[in-house]
Design a protein around this ligand. Structure first.
Ligand code: CTP
Length: 409
C-alpha cells in the first residue's frame, strides 16, 4: 500500500508542465497520486500525460460524460491525505480564499478535510497585487500551507518573485507535511501529533523608538522562535507567528504578523489569542521602552551626559497567562547568564507558565543568533529535561514533545 494519498491539482499557468515532475517525484516516494486539472491547465498540458503516468482518469469536469465517478469531487476529496496545488494561479487562490466552487478543483477544495498545500506561480505584479496577497493571507489563516514562489526570471521575461519553487523543494515540503520527512523520520507515527492545536508564537526582538532615527533593541535573531513555528506546522498544527525584528526569514506555511515594538506585539497578540490553544513567548521583548519617544530627532545640544527615562512595557507572556482560557498551554523562554534554572523556575510561578525553556546565553553554541542551542526545559510539576547542544530545529521538536506530553496529562 502507498504511504500517502496525494490529490495533485494542476491549474492553468505556464509552470503546469512542472506538475508532471512533481507527480513523478511523489510516485518515487511511494505516494499514490490522483490528478485533477482545471480547464485552463489542459491548455498547457494534456490530461493524457497525467493519465498515462497515474493510470487513472484525470478529472477536469464533474459533468464530463467520461468521468467514471458521478460525485467525483466528494469521493476524490475524501480519499486523499493532502491536496497539493502545483502550480496555483491567482485565480484558484482567489476562489479557494472566497469559497467559490465553480469547477471540479475548487469544489474539491471545499469538500476536503485533508491538508491543503499551495505552490503559487505567476507574474510578479499579479503575485504582489493586494488582492492576491489578501487571498494568500486569508488562506494561511484558514490553515492552508504555502510553498512560497521564489524570485527569478519568469516566463514573461521579467525578473521578480512569482516563479514556482523548485519541484524538489515542493515535494520535500509536501512529504514533510504528510509525515514522510517529518523531524521524527520515516515510519514514526507521531508526526501529526499537533494537528488539533493552534500555536500563537512571538518571535524575534522588539525595537523601542527613542526618536525617529534611534531605538533600543537586542540581539535576538528569531531563529529559535521560527524553528518552533516550523516544527509545529510540520507536525500538523496551525501556526500564527507575531514576529518582531528578525535576521532570518520566517518559515513557509506559517501565518506571520509583523510587530516592531513591545506595544505593537502586545496588540497583535491580543488580536490573535482567541484562536490559540498554545501560546509560546519566544520573543525577546524589551522590558522597558523610552517613556516619551521624541517626535523629532534629539540634538546633542552640547550635553556630555544625557538621561533617557524608560517605562515598563506590557509583559505579554504574563498577560496571556492571566487571561488564558481553559485548556490553553502557556510556554515561556528564559535567557539567563547565571543561576539559569533558579531564575527560570521562578518565572514559572511569576508568569503562570506550564513550561519554560531556559538557556544560559554565555555558553558557546547557545543563545542569540546561533543555529544551535543548549537548554533546560522546566515544567510546572517540577520536571527538568536537559537538552545538550543541538540545532535549534531539533530543539524545537524536543520542546514540542514536552508540550504533547503535557497535553496528554
Ligand atoms: N516576555 C513577554 N513580554 C515582555 C517581556 C518578556 O512576553 N514584556 C516573555 C518573553 O517572550 C519570554 C519571557 O517573557 O518568554 C522572558 O521572561 P522575562 O522574565 O521577562 O525575561 P527577562 O526579560 O530576561 O526578565 P528578567 O530581566 O527579569 O530576568
Amino acid at each position: 500500500m502507498a504511504k500517502y494519498r496525494i490529490g495533485l491539482g494542476v491549474t492553468g499557468g505556464i509552470a503546469a508542465y512542472k506538475a508532471v515532475e512533481v507527480l513523478r517525484l511523489l510516485q518515487k516516494a511511494d505516494c499514490d497520486v490522483s490528478v485533477a486539472m482545471t480547464r485552463h491547465a489542459t491548455e498547457f498540458v494534456q490530461p493524457l500525460t497525467f493519465r498515462a503516468l497515474t493510470d487513472k482518469h484525470v478529472i477536469v469536469d464533474d459533468y464530463d460524460p467520461e468521468n467514471p465517478d458521478p460525485i467525483a469531487h466528494i469521493n476524490f476529496s475524501q480519499e486523499i491525505d493532502l491536496l497539493l496545488i502545483v502550480p496555483a494561479t491567482a485565480n484558484i487562490i482567489g476562489k479557494f480564499a472566497n469559497g467559490v466552487a465553480d469547477d471540479f478543483l475548487s469544489s474539491t477544495y471545499l469538500a476536503t478535510t485533508a491538508m491543503v498545500m499551495v505552490a503559487p506561480a505567476m507574474n510578479t505584479t499579479m503575485w504582489e497585487q493586494p488582492a492576491t496577497q489578501r487571498n494568500v493571507t486569508q488562506l494561511k489563516a484558514d490553515g492552508v500551507y504555502f510553498v512560497e514562489p521564489v524570485a527569478g526570471e519568469l516566463a514573461c521575461k521579467t525578473v521578480g518573485t512569482g516563479k514556482l519553487e523548485d519541484v524538489e523543494n515542493i515535494v520535500r515540503q509536501a512529504l514533510a507535511l504528510v509525515g514522510e520527512l517529518g523531524s521524527r523520520g520515516v515510519g514514526e507515527t507521531n508526526t501529526h501529533d499537533l494537528r488539533s492545536e493552534h500555536f500563537l508564537i512571538t518571535v524575534g526582538g522588539t525595537r523601542e523608538a527613542i526618536d525617529p532615527v534611534r531605538f533600543i533593541s537586542n540581539h535576538s535573531s528569531g531563529k529559535m522562535g521560527f524553528a518552533v513555528a516550523e516544527a509545529a506546522a510540520t507536525r500538523g498544527a496551525k501556526v500564527t507567528v507575531v514576529a518582531g525584528v528578525t535576521t532570518v526569514e520566517p518559515p513557509a506555511n506559517v501565518n506571520v504578523i509583523r510587530a516592531v515594538s513591545a506595544e505593537d506585539m502586545h496588540t497583535a497578540v491580543k488580536g490573535e489569542i482567541a484562536n490559540a490553544t498554545v501560546f509560546v513567548g519566544a520573543a525577546a521583548v524589551a522590558d522597558y521602552a523610552p517613556a516619551n519617544a521624541a517626535d523629532a530627532k534629539i540634538k546633542k545640544d552640547g550635553r556630555d551626559v544625557m538621561t533617557l527615562e524608560l517605562k515598563k512595557t506590557p509583559d505579554i507572556l504574563s498577560e496571556v497567562s492571566k487571561n488564558r482560557r481553559d485548556g490553553m498551554l502557556v510556554v515561556g523562554f528564559a535567557a539567563e547568564t547565571n543561576d539559569v534554572v533558579g531564575y527560570a523556575r521562578s518565572k514559572i510561578e511569576k508568569k503562570g507558565l506550564d513550561l519554560v525553556v531556559a538557556n544560559d546565553i554565555t555558553k558557546a553554541g547557545a543563545g542569540f543568533n546561533t543555529d544551535t542551542n543548549i537548554a533546560t526545559i522546566l515544567t510546572r510539576s517540577g520536571g527538568e529535561i536537559e537538552l545538550p547542544l543541538m540545532s535549534k530545529r531539533e530543539m524545537a521538536d524536543r520542546i514540542l514533545d514536552e508540550i504533547v506530553r503535557l497535553r496528554k496529562g
